[in-house]
Design a protein around this ligand. Sequence first.
Ligand code: AMP
Ligand code: GLY
Length: 425
Amino acid sequence: MKVMVVGSGGREHAVIRAIKQNPTVEEIFALPGNGGIAADATCVPIAATDIGGMTAFAVEHGVDYCVVTPDDPLVLGAVDALTAAGIPCFGPDKKAAVIEGSKVFSKNLMKKYGIPTAEYRVFDDPVAALSYLCEKSEYPAVIKADGLALGKGVVIAADQNEAAAAIHSIMEDKVFGKSGDHIVIEEFLTGPEVSVLAFTDGKTLVPMVSSMDHKRAGDGDTGLNTGGMGTVAPNPYYTKEIAEECMRTIFLPTVAAMNAEGRTFRGCLYFGLMLTPKGPRVIEYNCRFGDPETQVVLPLLESDLLTVMQAVTEGRLSEVEVKFKNAAACCVILASRGYPARYDKGFAITIPEEVRPYVYVAGAKVQGETLVTSGGRVLGAVAVEKDLPHAVKKAYERADAITFENAFCRRDIGARALAALTKEL
Ligand code: AMP
Ligand code: GLY
């Protein structure tokens, strides 16, 4: 089989490594991939948002199956175009991808179908939003741009001044472009966060092992929000009882709600959950694998990824086995100092030979013979061990063996999960 994977991050590197294990796979094309992915796939310089370009490439090169992982091409309809050209795909069509593409849509969906989430109001007029915020007595307030915003469209405003500043920048200065035409203002929730990725073909839903992301740039959850600085799986807060409750009150109702709306979701549905004192609540849906959740979830998958993906596409997920190892994984992201704000790039990266199989590359390119940094999140060092303490230790050993100028990582990935374990949650 010739398989095409659209995207260029650490997540795509993890997907490609997993797909490569299927013996029927002859060639993998990454569009556009990156300097690290080039060791595992043929990188093709077509942007992940160039839907016409990717469709023409797939047809011309006889691609048998395509996996679309990033949010923008999914929301723009990449799967619709590829499917229309006869290429079977993993990923939701445009109508279903709106579950991530519009927060207004997803909040209204949850309200209509009784799926637990934070209380909210929608605004399309900054004056009305400001007057609501002036009357509001409870702070912090959570303000979200409606559309995609590279994970940065959420502001937790501590008081009225911060809230007003957020409204100005999102709705008037349009820092996220049209994504800020509408906003959601919602109730501030507290509790541990859990990411659950699930395979679904619109009939069956199979959750993957749970994980925990670390979104802030600095230790102790300080600093700016990032795409994610590290992950662990499984998430110790996500007990069997909570998993059963989420299946009953959130996962299956979401699949049913999307079907009822004529927007059947097929692909990987990502549930960003908060375990509040009142029970699990949906913080966000993503229409795709999370990054860097995928880098810990897929190494724990015992079943063959491509087989499961094809079953999703063909609507026969109930017929395949989706099994996870009884083990734990940790991913530590090495980033360019300054990320997620301004940072320098172009520094040579040294990865010891024995560490390479455990590295997923995100922001690097090949210059001459050398791999050099080209992005904020440069790579993730991963370990799979029998339990979380060993996985965290090993992931840091690997991360610390990799060098490039200006590198930084959080030193506390997994710390909260380890503390939860010792409290025997
Ligand atoms: P999102 O992009 O919707 O996942 O939001 C980014 C981060 O903001 C989440 O991972 C949470 O840490 C935080 N967040 C979002 N919504 C809320 C909320 N209603 N209450 C508290 N924190 C939130
Ligand atoms: N790690 C969160 C995301 O992929 O959106």
